[in-house]
Write a new protein. Sequence first.
Length: 336
Amino acid sequence: MQSARFATNAIKLNFIRSLTLRQLQIFVVASRYTSFARAAEELHLTQPAVSMQIHQLEETIGLRLFERVARKLTLTEAGEMLTHHASRILGEIKDAEDAMLSLRHADSGSINMGIVSSATYFAPKLLALYSRLYPKVDVHFSVGNRDALLRLLQDNAIDLAIMGRPPPELDTTTEPLARHPQVVVAPLTHALRAARRFDLQELRDDTFLLREPGSGTRMAAEAMFRQHLFTPAKIVTLGSNETIKQAVMAGMGVSLISLHTLLLELRTGEIALLDVNGTPIERTWQIVHLRTKQLSPTSVVFRQFLLDHTATHLEHEYAPFVGAATHLRADTGAGE
């Protein structure tokens, strides 16, 4: 038994000695894209160099990390597992690097930020303002649905996240950033475009265009349906806010969507807001990080910047489209 334990420890030690951080970095990027070519492009390497590093990593581990299924590169079970561990390792190293750097300057270093896709319509403008104030800080955005951001937080791959609902499944520190109204949109030809304060049941014959399961907007729509004892005639799942907006404008159906994704369409009068009872659904943008996460001084300053500026920015941008803070008119935005 003792000799077997020594042999196991020797294998573990050899495994740790054989791994390199560079291999883990290359593997994490390759696993994100499931493409050696795209990983090579991001890392400024050749594709053969990426393939060689992945092959050496697989030899060290003794397991395949990628496999081809129907000509498509996918992660194996071992690859999925290693992705989480490698992300955590690299996240911890980045934390150490940021901590050392921040001892010298709180206005330099890097921040990894996760945002749900609905926030991509306003977060870049805030980032531009922040970058003018702190030009030495590099802010990297990861975009995904709510479930994807929870995994990134859990893996310590991001420092902060902007999302629409606090995650009870994780031990986090969460603070509200700004109001986040959810509205029902329809094509300009919709029969109820000019109707006032009608019940959701009036849309029982409409097709509802919704985001994928796991997204915050999908969860909000399903909660609205339950609250109103409502069953749509048909649900079509679409993978992005942009696709949903284009489909609504094309007359495919109606949707519950974040008001903060609609600035361009409202300004040009290309989409209608329906005045459904119980809408807008008032949610809140949240800034989130793991409670156990030791934020660098740079991340603390960035987090405070978002707390100070997000609500003011959104209120200024969307004030013309919110009527008396009680309901949204279907014809708001025409002629803006």
